[in-house]
Design a protein around this ligand. Structure first.
Ligand code: BG6
Length: 486
């Protein structure tokens, strides 16, 4: 992210779990886009590795289908024929001690035939329980020196398992070789929080407890668990979304300016936010479960897994002491929306007292992460007319209107950065462990799960959690703004 846009050094990308959904939906389309943009290395190959029996030709055909379905540019003509030549497939079992032998041999041939030059970029797109074994096998086959490895969230399911995973990784790789992906960091709109804060002089003076009353982060999804019952039963909203995506947004909002735009300086500041965060009290957490969840396939009929969670977090720093950070996320909610807003303090007193004017709302600054990506400032204005009456108004920055170009997919950004070896957008070991530590009291003593109606904004208890304040979200495009809440 910090370096100019140019292709990475020659390398072979080895995708473990190549027959899975992540490879199909995200990785292959992202590699294809990078190829079309001329951003793949000169010497390059993608080796798919998975248990499924498949030939290279079948893998190429599958790749074409998934690119057709999920990519912005169609895989056709000379361009596709060239990209196809980069794709290889090897069936294999990680359990077998010989698992990596064939892979090593293939990679050596590719170093010659495709010019990958000994560069190794491992991507674990498998279920997380496979990571330790894959990593150990890479170590045994001595492919680890100089290699890079990407692993997908979740990074453990609590502090202890995160520590175990980190230890397993460090037996084979140095931290500088490890890239923990959280796709929220690849989103333009999340990175733009940094640009907005640190490239604009007007922002810093008001970015603190003196002016900010509370900060909110909402990541609402309209979809349910989409057949992922087995995974979700083990995970739930807190582990799936809060310790990862929502914490990434929170640390970008709350961090101090880094001393430089270097990966470790930026990551130091994120970790400091988590260090200053009070451990989350179960009393300030609401867990919800949508009605009907227990009848989903692979879900226990008496499941207490949460599909919604809302919580309050406090940060003991000079900037944020006493400012509550309210977070909420859930499945089958009213609409798809990821937003974060700073809600500013009320005016000290109403100078319009005694007139017809009442101050209609607090000022809010909202980052619309998705959809309708942009930034919205809500404030109050005089309604045109002969009397002094006030009305809410907005300043609206909208990516589509301003740039008229589709936003780059998060995976494209993250693949490129990891292949270049830039850690800016990846989670560091200490960050992962501290995030789990903050949530430990809730994981050990989770509050009872409350039912909510699909299509709602979660259980009523989530409104009680934030009261007397209210949850703030932007209205859908084209609809009039309703002050303070929906
Ligand atoms: C994933 C979670 O990490 O993020 C999913 O595992 C969730 O449960 C998804 O649906 C949301 O991502 P986005 O980019 O659609 O907000």
């Amino acid at each position: 992210m910090g370096t100019p846009l140019k292709p990475p050094e020659p390398q072979a990308a080895i995708v473990f779990g190549a027959s899975g959904d992540l490879t199909r939906r995200k990785l292959l389309p992202a590699f294809w886009h990078l190829f079309v943009e001329g951003l793949l290395p000169q010497g390059f190959a993608i080796v798919g590795y998975a248990r499924s029996k498949m030939t290279t030709q079948e893998f190429q055909e599958r790749a074409r289908d998934s690119i057709r379905e999920f990519a912005k540019t169609d895989p056709v003509g000379e361009e596709w024929e060239e990209f196809k030549k980069l794709l290889f497939y090897l069936p294999g079992e990680f359990e077998s001690e010989l698992a990596m032998e064939e892979l090593c041999a293939l990679l050596v041939t590719l170093d010659e035939s495709r010019g990958t030059n000994g560069g190794r970029f491992f991507y674990c797109a498998t279920p997380p329980m496979d990571y330790p074994l894959i990593v150990a096998r890479i170590g045994e086959s001595r492919m680890n020196p100089e290699a890079r490895i990407v692993i997908e969230k979740p990074f453990g399911r609590d502090l202890e398992s995160a520590r175990e995973l980190n230890a397993a990784l460090h037996r084979v790789f140095d931290e500088s070789q490890i890239f923990r992906i959280d796709h929220y960091l690849g989103k333009e709109t999340v990175q733009n929080i940094l640009a907005f804060r640190f490239a604009n002089g007007i922002v810093e003076p008001i970015w603190n407890r003196r002016y900010v009353d509370n900060v909110q982060i909402t990541v609402a999804e309209e979809i349910g668990i989409e057949g992922r019952g087995a995974f979700y039963e083990q995970t739930g909203a807190l582990r799936d979304m809060v310790s990862t995506h929502l914490f990434q947004v929170l640390t970008f909002l709350a961090m101090e300016p880094p001393v430089s735009f270097e990966p470790n300086r930026l990551r130091d500041e994120k970790v400091k936010v988590l260090q200053a965060m009070q451990e989350c009290s179960p009393e300030r957490v609401v867990r919800g479960q949508y009605e009907g969840y227990r009848s989903e396939p692979d879900v226990a009929p008496d499941s207490t897994t949460e599909t919604f969670v809302a919580l309050e977090l406090l940060i003991d720093s000079w900037r944020w002491a006493g400012v509550p950070f309210f977070l909420r996320t859930g499945k089958l909610l009213n609409r798809k929306l990821s937003e974060t807003s700073l809600s500013f303090r009320d005016v000290p007193f109403n100078v319009f007292k005694g007139t017809d004017a009442t101050v209609p709302q607090r000022d809010h600054l909202t980052f619309r992460v998705q959809p309708n990506e942009g930034i919205l400032l809500d404030f109050n204005v005089k309604r045109p007319g002969l009397s002094m009456a006030l009305e809410p108004a907005q300043l609206d920055f909208d990516y589509q209107t301003s740039f008229q170009a589709p936003l780059v997919d998060a995976y494209e950004v993250l693949l490129l950065e990891a292949m270049k070896g830039d850690h800016m957008l990846f989670t560091r070991e200490d960050e992962v462990e501290r995030a789990w530590e903050v949530l430990t009291p809730v994981l050990l003593d989770p509050p009872e799960v409350r039912p909510y109606r699909p299509g709602s904004w979660g259980p009523d208890e989530a409104d009680a959690l934030i009261a007397p304040r209210r949850w703030h979200v932007c209205p859908p495009p084209g609809q009039k703004h309703v002050p303070e809440s929906e």
